[in-house]
Design a protein. Structure first.
Length: 277
């Protein structure tokens, strides 16, 4: 089977870090997190993983993989909570990349919609077969035409993992208010970091993308206060690393939990939920 080539220094390359992080976390912390497909997907890609593999034994890179896994586990928790009351809801993965969170939450009744740039969706189609009740949409998230494909008749939950960091503040606000207008009774789950977190965690990524600073980029120091954009939404927020799981597992050490506390309390890493009234 032919491998799918991923070019360096392209938008496609943003697929690699979270995917490899899930693979690495599955190997290092199997009692906490297991993603059986991540290794298979990595093997399907024609990409030079050597630079990542050199760093993979460092504590900070290991923690980065753990961070990616915790984000996915947190979002899965929120989706499953919504599905308890809306069993036939539509799950919409915004900026899906090669993420399979929707499938991890599949209750056999829900619909799954994956949205991303056309070149990303083309790669996804080649290596991740859709299940029944699942569709892919090739579209820029900022072009709201994708919304016409999303069914809200039985409920809808949107999620964006590691996506809004690359948006301007005004773009996130516009998107959220548009979702609130169209999808009453639905909700949106997404992660955020504070201003310091953006500066520290996004520095290398932003540089690789040709972005020289963070002026105008989306960050939240106080989600409950700063997301209060409309009377049509209800905002809740939890710490990212330790807000859902206590991270007490074999191979999770004091140093991991200490850094997790720093991420939650000083870098303001959070999982936010916006319910549309």
């Amino acid at each position: 089977m032919d491998k799918i080539k991923i070019e360096k220094n392209t938008v496609q390359e943003t697929l690699i870090i979270p995917l490899y992080g899930r693979k690495m976390c599955s190997e290092k912390f199997p009692d906490l997190y297991k993603d059986n497909s991540a290794k298979e997907l990595c093997e399907r890609l024609d990409y030079d993983f050597s630079e990542i593999e050199k760093k993979s034994n460092s504590f900070l890179y290991e923690f980065g993989a753990l961070e990616a896994a915790m984000r996915q586990l947190d979002i899965i928790s929120e989706i499953k909570d919504y599905l308890k009351k809306h069993t036939k809801a539509t799950i919409v993965n915004l900026g899906c990349g090669l993420d399979e969170t929707g499938k991890a939450c599949d209750n056999g009744l829900c619909q799954i919609v994956n949205v991303d740039f056309p070149d990303i969706i083309e790669i996804r189609k080649k290596i991740i077969p859709n299940r029944d009740r699942e569709i892919n949409i090739s579209c820029n998230l900022k072009d709201y035409s994708w919304m016409k494909h999303v069914d809200n008749s039985k409920g809808v939950i949107f999620f964006a993992a590691g996506v809004f960091h690359y948006f301007k503040i005004e773009e996130v606000k516009s998107l959220i208010l548009e979702l609130a207008k169209r999808y009453k009774g639905g909700c949106l789950i997404f992660d955020s970091v504070g201003e310091l977190g953006v500066k520290l965690l996004m520095k290398t990524t932003l540089k690789n993308m040709g972005i020289s600073g963070i002026d105008g980029l989306f960050y939240l120091n106080n989600p409950l206060k700063e997301l209060n954009w409309s009377n049509e939404i209800k905002v809740s927020s939890k710490p990212y690393m330790l807000g859902y799981y206590n991270m007490r597992s074999p191979n999770i050490f004091f140093s991991h939990r200490l850094l997790a506390n720093i991420c939650d309390n000083f870098l303001k890493m959070a999982i936010n939920r916006i319910d549309f009234k």
